[in-house]
Design a protein around this ligand. Structure first.
Ligand code: ADP
Ligand code: MN
Ligand code: MN
Ligand code: MN
Ligand code: MN
Length: 365
């Protein structure tokens, strides 16, 4: 079978990208689509370089083609909210993250940023910081994990996590390219590592304060899909791409407030947050993947370094718990907590929104 995308010679493109573009600027508008785990994008020419998102006009798209509107009333608006340098077109060209609004100028139901932003504004004095560990899997064009034998399986898990060597990791070039693209764009990428399942990788975005977490992670995901596309490889956020004895993919969310980060009473306020989170376990699970927990059912089995989806647990250095307090944090007496429940395909706006509501704005205790 011809894998057309993989066989296109993308080096040919380089010549055209070096052509002078004049004063005008290409702006790639990017938004979350109706699946709430994939992104769409389209480009607009602006007459001069925008300095901030508001310099870019509101635009629209055909929502009936993205699962976001009926064909008879299909326009969905794009409101520019965050702007980054474009590592593909480079120069003055931009990547522009947008919120979606329906024809009545109401936030679209798939627009989780709108509510998240409100919560972050209310909680701003607590200075909520987040760091999300985005796990993902590379797939060949046939949907089989990248680098795996075509008629079988690699050896059992063990040598692959943080591995090095051609028989240990698959797709490092993609991860390296993505890392540099994130730095160029101006994203707060904290690091990367190879994961437990071969062909699975992780990058961390953070620490980010407030709404910035979702903004930076969604653009990092855009770069992940886009860089992998250049290599003719598919990047997926599926939380359990291979059933059986293979690790799933999560989006561990590290979280702290200014109180948690300070010596006096830091650990106390971490434990206070955990007690409140325990009471809202079900609501959190419903916010931690786009299918109200259905995605995570495949992943949170209590095996493969996960907790059970049905019970809330917490512990120091415990990778089988819902929430882990890192060993160092417990020793220092301040720092952050790690919520291990969010699925790889979670919407970071939904995750950070409920964390701030449960632990700051609407504390049950
Ligand atoms: P793990 O040991 O679970 O693999 P990682 O090193 O992959 O952890 O990720 C830790 C993440 O926690 C990073 O993204 C980092 O930016 C973030 N982080 C560090 N300190 C804080 C903090 N005080 N509040 C929130 N996030 C933090
Ligand atoms: Mn058209
Ligand atoms: Mn990690
Ligand atoms: Mn990991
Ligand atoms: Mn982790």
């Amino acid at each position: 079978m011809t894998q057309f995308n993989a066989y296109t010679d993308k080096n040919t493109l380089q010549h055209y990208l070096e052509l002078e573009q004049g004063d005008r600027v290409q702006v790639m508008y990017i938004w979350v689509d109706g699946t709430m785990e994939h992104l769409r994008c389209k480009t607009k020419t602006l007459d001069s370089e925008p300095q901030k998102p508001e310099d870019c006009p509101i635009w629209n798209f055909d929502g009936s083609s993205t699962g976001q509107a009926e064909g008879s009333n299909s326009d969905v608006y794009l409101y520019p909210v965050a702007m980054f340098r474009d590592p593909f077109r480079r120069g003055k060209n931009k990547l522009l993250l947008c919120e979606t609004y329906d024809h009545n100028r109401k936030p679209h139901p798939t627009n989780k940023r709108h509510e998240c932003k409100k919560a972050m504004i209310k909680a701003k004095d607590s200075h909520p910081w987040f760091g999300i560990e985005q796990e993902f899997t590379l797939l060949d064009q046939d949907g089989h994990p990248f680098g795996w034998p075509k008629n079988g399986f690699p050896g059992p898990q063990g040598p692959y996590y943080c591995g090095v060597g051609a028989n240990k990791v698959y797709g490092r070039a993609i991860v390296e390219a993505h890392y540099r693209a994130c730095l160029y764009a101006g994203l707060k990428i904290a690091g990367t590592n190879a994961e437990v399942m071969p062909g699975q990788w992780e990058y961390q975005i953070g620490p980010c304060e407030g709404i910035e977490m979702g903004d930076h992670l969604w653009i990092a995901r855009f770069l992940m899909y886009r860089v992998a596309e250049d290599f003719g490889v598919i990047a997926t956020l599926d939380p359990k791409p291979m059933p059986g004895d293979w690790n799933g993919a999560g989006a561990h969310t590290n979280y702290s407030t200014v109180e948690m980060r300070t010596g006096e009473g830091g650990l106390e306020s971490i434990n206070d947050a955990i007690e409140n989170m325990a009471l809202k376990h079900k609501e959190h699970i419903e916010s931690y993947d786009p299918y109200r927990g259905e995605s995570n059912k495949r992943r949170l089995t209590g095996r493969h370094e996960t907790s059970s989806i049905d019970v809330f647990t917490a512990g120091v250095a415990h990778r089988g718990a819902s929430v882990r307090i890192p060993r160092q944090v417990s020793e220092d007496g301040f720092g952050y907590l790690e919520d291990r429940r969010p699925s790889s395909n979670c919407d970071p706006y939904a995750v950070t929104d409920i964390l701030v509501r449960t632990t700051i704005l609407e504390k049950p205790l």
